[in-house]
Design a protein around this ligand. Structure first.
Ligand code: HEC
Length: 133
């Protein structure tokens, strides 16, 4: 009897702990979990239109995501920061590249989440590129 009660109690606390973790919003582990905010993508849109869309459209990024699948998002981001816009590489601020990346994720069909996409201290190194839907 005693043992049974112990198991019931520990099962319940485990279940509660799991619930608490899920409720606190665990850090995203994939692009599908939402790695940028909707406000961020909105802010990235005009910058994307001004700096990127003359040369690439959404379909281009789908191909890029296919090619880069399985690699940390950070690697793709660093490639964009150092090489794009092709006519003036590295010309934008880090936060502008972050917002543009958020917008690119939005137009390729990945959902928004609760946390800003950030180069420093964010999840970029922990989530991998995956093909867009
Ligand atoms: C003046 C034209 C031009 C502009 C503007 C431009 N790009 Fe590019 N981009 C290119 C060319 C050319 C390539 C390399 C050839 C290719 O992959 O089509 C490229 C490649 C890329 C790639 C693929 C990188 C790789 O190695 O797989 C990404 C992602 C990209 N650009 C994103 C952007 C973003 C984001 C912006 C805006 C900040 C931007 N580009 C602005 C011309 C441009």
């Amino acid at each position: 009897m005693k043992t049974a009660r112990f198991f019931t109690a520990s099962f319940m606390s485990m279940a509660l702990a799991t619930f608490a973790i899920a409720d606190a919003g665990a850090a995203p582990s994939s692009l599908a979990d939402g790695v940028y905010t909707a406000e961020q993508a909105e802010s990235g849109k005009p910058m994307f239109e001004q700096n990127c869309s003359t040369c690439h459209n959404a379909d281009f990024y789908k191909t890029v995501f296919q090619t880069w699948r399985g690699q940390p998002l950070q690697y793709l981001f660093e490639q964009i920061m150092s090489a794009m816009p092709a006519d003036k590489p590295g010309a934008l601020l880090d936060n502008e590249y972050e917002d543009i990346m958020a917008y690119v994720l939005q137009i390729t069909g990945f959902p928004a989440g609760d946390t800003r996409l950030q180069y420093y201290g964010g999840v970029m190194g922990d989530v991998n590129v995956e093909p867009a839907s």
